[in-house]
Design a binder for this molecule. Structure first.
Ligand SMILES: Nc1ncnc2c1ncn2[C@@H]1O[C@H](COP(=O)(O)OP(=O)(O)OP(=O)(O)O)[C@@H](O)[C@H]1O
Length: 305
């Protein structure tokens, strides 16, 4: 059942967070609608964890505003219950058993769904009597996800939830995540360095680079608005209005560029092709990093490190 309130999952205006003089997020504007699975990507130190911590009310902004499900982050106990958070290292209580975690979840959360928690624990093959400290990284992540989802949150926030998992465990974790989000009618934001994971599960993208939002939007819209143009060098000086070069790479006689176009691209002295999500992300991050064009390789579905 979808939730009735339709205010954005996340809405930020001028959001800035500094640690001392070091900027972690600068002047960020975001509007993430409900019902999306959001991929938050960017290189190390881009500000992903900071944004997620701000959204959970764990740290305050230096300036600007952030609204989560229409309220200030962690505004009150009722609002806290609407948001589930799985932190970067999927922390669990080592001396407590899997079943203890579920009992504790039930005591702490008024909307706890014991049936959902039990079902998920069974499906991922966790032994309720097992001490959490003896679980593997993947099993810990599954337990943390089950506990966060059994709160029946409207928004699940996950900081690199699958980073430590092997490919099989990651695949099962992401499948579980998608099932939860669909079953709960919820929204989710997950940060990841793995573009293949983002491509697989996310329908909305936020790219952070150098503490700023580089690009954000529904994946389908972003892919429709971006193209790869290959053209003789001089042709890029005559691009029509409404076409912005995000990043270009030099060839011998031609330039290859990822461009953003407001509307359909008219014919010209260029060839036009679609871009993959990876090409799109790398074009923005390369531009943000100020990497010289010759170093901006885009081959292979990669990890952002
Ligand atoms: N508690 C803190 N105290 C001081 N500086 C911090 C703190 N937390 C983060 N930072 C700084 O803020 C910037 C953004 O860090 P953040 O952890 O949000 O990046 P990230 O995108 O999550 O990185 P990663 O991919 O490595 O996890 C970095 O320069 C980091 O050093």
């Amino acid at each position: 059942m979808p939730f009735e309130d339709s205010s954005p999952a996340l809405e930020a205006e001028g959001l800035t967070k500094r640690y001392g003089r070091r900027p972690a997020l600068t002047d960020c504007r975001l509007n993430v609608p409900r019902g999306r699975i959001v991929g938050l990507v960017g290189p190390n130190g881009a500000g992903k964890s900071t944004l997620l911590q701000l959204a959970c009310g764990l740290v305050p902004p230096t300036s600007g505003t952030l609204r989560v499900l229409g309220s200030a982050p962690a505004a009150n106990a009722a609002h806290l219950a609407r948001v589930g958070f799985v932190a970067q290292d999927t922390p669990v209580y080592g001396s407590l058993t899997v079943a203890d975690h579920l009992r504790m979840g039930a005591r702490l959360n008024p909307s706890w769904d014991a049936g959902l928690a039990r079902r998920r624990i069974e499906q991922v093959g966790l032994n309720p009597g097992q001490k959490a400290g003896r679980l593997s990284g993947g099993q810990r992540a599954q337990l943390a996800l089950a506990v966060a989802a059994a709160k029946r949150p409207e928004l699940l926030i996950l900081d690199e939830p699958a980073a430590a998992l092997d490919p099989l465990a990651r695949s099962s974790f992401l499948r579980n995540l998608m099932e939860f989000v669909t079953e709960l009618g919820a929204s989710a934001v997950l940060s990841s360095h793995l573009l293949a994971d983002v491509e697989r599960v996310c329908d909305h993208l936020v790219v952070l680079g150098g503490s700023r939002v580089q690009v954000a939007g529904d994946v389908r819209d972003l892919l429709a608005a971006h193209h790869r143009l290959v053209a003789p060098r001089g042709a890029f000086d005559r691009l029509p209005a409404g076409v912005e070069v995000v990043h270009s790479e030099p060839g011998d006689a031609h330039l290859s560029a990822v461009v953003r176009a407001d509307g359909p691209l008219r014919d010209g002295p260029w060839t036009v092709a679609g871009v993959t999500l990876e090409e799109l992300v790398l074009a923005y991050l390369t531009r943000a990093a100020g990497v010289p064009a010759a170093h901006a390789g885009t081959s292979g579905m990669g990890a952002l490190r």
